[in-house]
Design a protein around this ligand. Structure first.
Ligand code: MV4
Length: 601
């Protein structure tokens, strides 16, 4: 076994891997960017090395800096977690050259599965069922039309060959929509993966996303740990995952388990991996393989009792898996809710900020994998997932009740998270009936009900206290460099900069909840009224309205790309777009005015 491992990641997955190392008696090395100096994963490690500035390209993705940190620390192996360099064959090759062990599959398996057309071809040859379509790239729209007419038919999915996880995925319901879909998928493929190649699949209208966890070692053992259902996703971001899948019985489990182990064996896989697939009417089709540990591995751990991360480390150290297929039993039901710093009522816009008070839920059957604590800063530079809440109980219904209880216990002050979204969706008939909930996730009116509470009236008495005398004071503040004059009506301040700060001081003293970030922003004068301000920093991809146009509340105003995600910004009220100081390609900062919407006369 290794004596020291470097974890080339941050946040909850870095902490998760450190826990596994500790239990195996392995010393841990963290790496961090300048933005993460105070991060939990850094404090949790036995030692830590600064990589560089905040942008991932200069820190968590900088291969030479990582190798330097490995050598300085004397670690024998690197665990990549998920994201960043986890599926980067060049990184694996660079580690190999430096005689450092990569805790993951061989570079050849990453490469084989990285090209989706190559993967489909290999899988078809290995007898793994793939979604009907092409295994070769489709060069032109004319070629696509011919293949569709001859074999696939409409609707058709156009996907980027370098893609995965829904990036570069477009649907054409009929031939008139094919050009848009083809060009859109190619453009996204080029943008995200530097590869404009696309392929075609029959579009399945209402499948479930069912994936199988596999473990393989270098002694010829390939086993599966059953499946997870991850159908509840939005714009290909999974939000809730569960195991077992409600639509899978033990017979189907054995069938898709065999498909998954065949798929892994075909690329000489080693370590932990996932076969993602679509399940429709009892038919299962291979979609892609994720050659790493996944965010949602925890639900499988909860129902099987097997530590997937530890098994992956054992395999990388050359040991055989500690369990065989016959040892794998699924018991009870587990659900995972991703706790993202996002505002579901605003189209799931990222909502970075700093956490005030913080308390995680506990009690029977509750697991929290988090990378934050009180005072943590959630940077717009990284993924907005700050924690995962996982519960186990004997069946789906009781697991749901337990999740609702745990969500209620979770206290994350000042930050907007998906907790209200999860709480709402788990109480719907659709979730109860194990539907994919697609209708709800796209339902703007329903999501709007999840808006974060507006500030309490300033100066109003609460908790039965008598309100201190209200005074009116005017302050000049700058919000993201824009000057505002704000009037604060409330009790007099003692050294605080604004009413919100005072409210926080008061709340702390009186044991009340400090105002949420949204409340502070509004008290500070940052937006509100007619101004639609940007909830995030990014680049304007699309402007969907014109100046002078009349818009309905909830209408698309702009699309802003941040962290390679497209975020739809919608009108916060109905009215006329009287100002529109944005253009495609422009950069916007958090708080910048995107539009001014005046009430229609
Ligand atoms: C599909 C599909 C329908 N037909 N492929 C790809 C990435 C993953 N995020 C889901 N993906 C899909 N691929 C074909 N040929 C539908 C989806 C899909 C989906 C599938 C099951 C449950 C929820 C879904 C949400 C969005 C897209």
């Amino acid at each position: 076994m290794f004596s020291k491992v470097l974890i080339a990641n941050r946040g909850e997955i870095a902490v998760r891997i450190m826990r596994a190392c500790e239990e195996l008696g392995i010393a841990t090395v963290a790496v961090y960017s300048e933005l993460d100096r105070d991060a939990v994963h850094v404090k949790r490690a036995d030692e830590a090395y600064l990589l560089g500035p905040g942008p991932a390209s200069e820190s968590y993705l900088a291969i030479d800096k990582l190798i330097d940190a490995v050598q300085r620390s004397g670690a024998e192996a690197v665990h990549p977690g998920y994201g960043f360099l986890a599926e980067n064959a060049a990184f694996v090759a660079a580690l190999e050259k430096a005689a450092i062990t990569f805790i993951g599959p061989p570079a050849s398996a990453i490469e084989a599965m990285g090209s989706k057309t190559r993967a489909r071809e290999l899988m078809a040859k290995a007898g793994v069922p793939i979604v009907p379509g092409t295994t070769e790239p489709v060069e032109t729209i004319e070629d696509a039309k011919k293949v569709i007419a001859d074999t696939i038919g409409y609707p058709v999915a156009v996907k980027a060959a370098g893609g995965g996880g829904g990036k570069g995925f477009r649907v054409a319901l009929e031939e008139s929509k094919l050009q848009d879909a083809f060009e859109g998928a190619a453009r996204e493929g080029e943008k995200f993966f530097g590869d404009a190649t696309v392929y075609l699949e029959r579009y399945l209208p209402d499948p479930r996303h069912v994936e199988v966890q596999v473990l393989a070692d270098t002694h010829g053992n390939v086993i599966h740990l059953g499946e997870r259902d991850c159908s509840l996703q939005r714009r290909h971001q999974k939000l809730i995952e569960e195991a077992p899948a409600p639509a899978v019985d033990s017979e189907l489990r054995a069938r898709i388990g065999k498909i998954a182990t065949d798929a892994a064996a075909a690329v000489n896989y080693a370590g932990a991996g996932t076969i993602e697939g679509l399940l429709q009417d009892g038919e299962y089709f291979f979609l892609e393989m994720n050659t790493r540990v996944q965010v949602e591995h925890c639900v499988t751990e909860m129902v099987t009792g097997i530590d997937i991360v530890k098994e992956g480390i054992r395999v990388a150290a050359g040991e055989p898996l500690s369990i065989s297929q016959d040892d794998v039993e699924m018991r009870g039901h587990a659900i995972e809710c991703r706790i993202n710093a996002e505002d579901a009522s605003k189209n799931f816009a990222p909502a970075p900020g700093s956490i005030g008070g913080y308390r995680e839920p506990g009690g029977p059957g509750v697991r929290v994998d988090s990378g934050v604590e009180a005072g943590s800063e959630i940077s717009p530079m990284y993924d907005p997932m700050v924690a995962k809440l996982i519960v186990w109980d004997v069946d789906r219904e009781q697991a749901t009740a337990r999740m609702l209880r745990a969500l209620g216990e979770y206290e994350i002050e000042n930050l907007k998270t998906l907790i209200p979204f999860h709480t709402a969706i788990l109480q719907t008939r659709q979730w109860h009936d194990a539907e994919t909930c697609r209708d709800l996730i796209e339902d703007r009116a329903w999501l709007k009900e999840l808006a974060f509470p507006k500030p309490e009236k300033a100066g109003a008495a609460s908790d039965g206290e008598t309100a201190p005398e209200a005074v009116e004071q005017t302050y000049t503040v700058e919000v993201s460099g824009k000057r505002f004059d704000v009037k604060v009506i409330g009790p007099p301040l003692a050294g605080a900069v604004n009413g919100a700060a005072q409210a926080a001081v008061e709340a702390a003293a009186g044991g009340r909840r400090p105002p949420r970030r949204s409340e502070r922003a509004q008290a500070g004068g940052g937006g509100g009224g007619d101004t639609l301000s940007s909830p995030l920093q990014g680049t304007v991809l699309k402007v969907a309205v014109e100046q002078g146009a009349e818009v309905q509340e909830g209408a698309l105003v702009a699309v802003i790309e941040a962290m390679k995600m497209e975020n739809e910004i919608t009108a916060h009220k109905a009215g006329v777009v009287s100002e529109l100081p944005i253009a495609v390609g422009a950069s916007v900062a958090t708080g910048d005015t995107l539009a001014v919407i005046s009430s229609a006369q």
